[in-house]
Design a binder for this molecule. Structure first.
Ligand SMILES: Nc1ncnc2c1ncn2[C@@H]1O[C@H](COP(=O)(O)OP(=O)(O)OP(=O)(O)O)[C@@H](O)[C@H]1O
Ligand SMILES: [Mg+2]
Length: 217
């Protein structure tokens, strides 16, 4: 297996979708697949993914549902992203690795921009100011009705449930937000039906990576 000669750098692939849509499950399956194939990669997540960003994660994902006002929350996500990108993601891409990441900018756009009402313009401007035009090469959106996703997440749950506590309407808006992003950015995004079984989804994802990233597996 190798990355096509045409590509001089690695790839940045993000997984997005609501609570319990299966992002972490698919990231794990893909990691195992890459390991077996000997492809250079790292698996990471947001918020978090670097030592300092993981500290910020603990402030964001647990605790009372309203413990942060939306602007502060957005800035904390952005601060965590800055550390994660500069210390982990960008160096790995420069080394030619594939980076697979559990949530990224699209989550900020839908959770804070749409769900919390900060506005898409604000979120996009902030991203642009801090990160320029840095975006994933490919984004896999796992689409599922929030009623099903939340039930799945509930069955598995630890204490990282701050966002799950928001009402069903919030989660429906999140779902719509992801679908809208996919419509706006068809080159970058692929939407998958997350109610399919894990193996079927995994095979679909491997197929998409082969096709879109020029990675021969
Ligand atoms: N395709 C699937 N079909 C049925 N159950 C699934 C599927 N994918 C994942 N699950 C189960 O649903 C639960 C949530 O999955 P997972 O933790 O991967 O979701 P997630 O998107 O990472 O959630 P969160 O946003 O809360 O981190 C787990 O118990 C997992 O085993
Ligand atoms: Mg997860």
């Amino acid at each position: 297996m190798h990355i096509s000669a045409a590509s001089k750098k690695g790839y940045f692939i993000t997984f997005e979708g609501g609570e319990g849509s299966g992002k972490s499950t698919q990231l794990k399956l893909l990691s195992t697949y890459f390991e077996k194939s000997g492809l250079p990669f790292i698996a990471t997540r947001e918020p978090g993914g670097s030592e300092n960003a993981e500290k910020i994660r603990s402030l964001l994902v647990s605790g009372a549902v309203d413990s942060w006002d939306p602007v502060t929350e957005t800035l904390l996500f952005t601060a965590a992203r800055s550390d994660h990108l500069n210390r982990i993601v960008k160096p790995a891409i420069t080394e030619g690795k594939i980076v697979i990441c559990d949530r990224f900018f699209d989550s900020t756009l839908v959770y804070q921009g749409i769900g919390k009402g900060i506005g898409e313009v604000y979120i996009k401007s902030l991203h642009n100011m801090v990160f320029g035009n840095f975006m994933p090469d490919l984004t896999v959106i796992l689409d599922i009705a929030p009623e099903i996703g939340l039930k799945r997440a509930d069955a598995r749950r630890g204490n990282e449930n701050r966002f799950e506590q928001l009402d069903i309407k919030f989660h429906q808006n999140i779902r719509e937000g992801f679908l809208q992003i996919a419509q706006n950015e068809m080159e970058r995004c692929v939407v998958l039906d997350a109610t399919k079984d894990t193996e079927t989804l995994h095979k679909q994802i491997v197929g998409i990576i082969k096709e879109k990233c020029g990675v021969f597996l």
